[in-house]
Design a protein around this ligand. Structure first.
Ligand SMILES: NC(=O)C1=CN([C@@H]2O[C@H](COP(=O)(O)OP(=O)(O)OC[C@H]3O[C@@H](n4cnc5c(N)ncnc54)[C@H](O)[C@@H]3O)[C@@H](O)[C@H]2O)C=CC1
Ligand SMILES: O=C1O[C@H](COP(=O)(O)O)[C@@H](O)[C@H](O)[C@H]1O
Length: 256
């Protein structure tokens, strides 16, 4: 069944992947602080996610919020992640509870757990013959202040789930690139998320039933060091892409 979905950060890369795959599948309301530079068929609200009144208004009649808006730079300074990623995320969760939203899907990041990639484990853990696997039950170990802000967002979600019974899924997104996996970048190939799998994963987050979950958002890469088990089990995520099927920009193994 189609749901009414508010997509924050809609004008960005992840928003592009989601709308590219799911434009006709749900009733979308889009929000971004930057005015649209292209034509969107859906309602587009220009607002900052730290503006609580604007965010609450944007959630009227909404079933599900996909919260992408924020500073995505691993090197982002504290001031920016504090404002956009932590304060903004708390504003989004608070408004969701106030307006009766059922589910919030939070765009977390691989950088919330980046410090598991120690000198001793790398680069072996990026390779398919290594069995090191994070499964989402481990504590955050951020590798930068951006990762700290994503770990904070996951905890904010936990609070709003436990205290207000909001359904929350935090997706620790890997490395989204269009068309093919990153080239000459083992870490990026291990955590590649294709556009097609990204759209499918967020569709499952919209449709599935859950309480509070942390899942990894990557394609079914041979190299992976993030488990897909929880995403498969709880969300019925069934990724179709695999970075090992690419030789540079070319797909050398046909898709299934
Ligand atoms: N692209 C990737 O591979 C990954 C992305 N993520 C997360 O996914 C989310 C989306 O990332 P991308 O699409 O790559 O970034 P992006 O920079 O392409 O898009 C982010 C969008 O959010 C908007 N935005 C930023 N701050 C805002 C604010 N205060 N109020 C309203 N809108 C605001 C920007 O205008 C932009 O359109 C981010 O939260 C990022 O941390 C996490 C892991 C990997
Ligand atoms: O969280 C994010 O992670 C991806 C991958 O990280 P990288 O350090 O391997 O590039 C990054 O591209 C994206 O901008 C960021 O939001």
């Amino acid at each position: 069944m189609a749901q009414s979905v508010l997509l924050t950060g809609a004008a960005g890369r992840v928003g592009d992947a989601i709308l590219g795959g799911l434009a006709d599948d749900h009733e979308w309301r889009l929000l971004d602080r930057d005015p649209p530079t292209e034509d969107y068929p859906d309602e587009f609200i220009v607002a900052d996610i730290t503006d609580d009144e604007a965010v609450r208004d944007a959630m009227e009649g909404i079933d599900v919020v996909i919260h992408l808006a924020g500073d995505p730079r691993p090197e982002a300074p504290w001031k920016s992640v504090l404002n956009n990623n932590i304060d903004g995320t708390q504003t989004v969760f608070e408004a969701a509870v106030d307006t009766g939203v059922e589910k919030v899907v939070f765009a977390s990041s691989n950088h919330a757990v980046g410090s598991y990639e120690t000198d001793e484990r790398t680069p072996d853990m990026y390779r398919s013959d290594d069995d090191y696997l994070l499964d989402g039950t481990e504590l955050p170990r951020p590798s930068n202040l951006y990762g700290v802000s994503k770990a904070a967002g996951e905890t904010i979600g936990r609070y709003y789930h436990d205290e207000y019974d909001l359904s929350v899924v935090c997706v620790r997104i890997g490395n989204l690139t269009k068309g093919h996996p990153p080239i000459d970048y083992e870490r990026g190939q291990a955590m590649w998320l294709s556009y097609r799998d990204c759209a499918h994963l967020f569709d499952r987050c919209i449709r599935a039933d859950y309480d509070y979950e942390i899942v990894y958002g990557i394609s079914d890469n041979d190299r992976k060091y993030y488990s897909l088990e929880r995403a498969r089990e709880v969300l019925d995520y069934d990724p179709r892409d695999n970075s090992a099927h690419y030789d540079g920009e070319d797909q050398v193994v046909p898709e299934r």
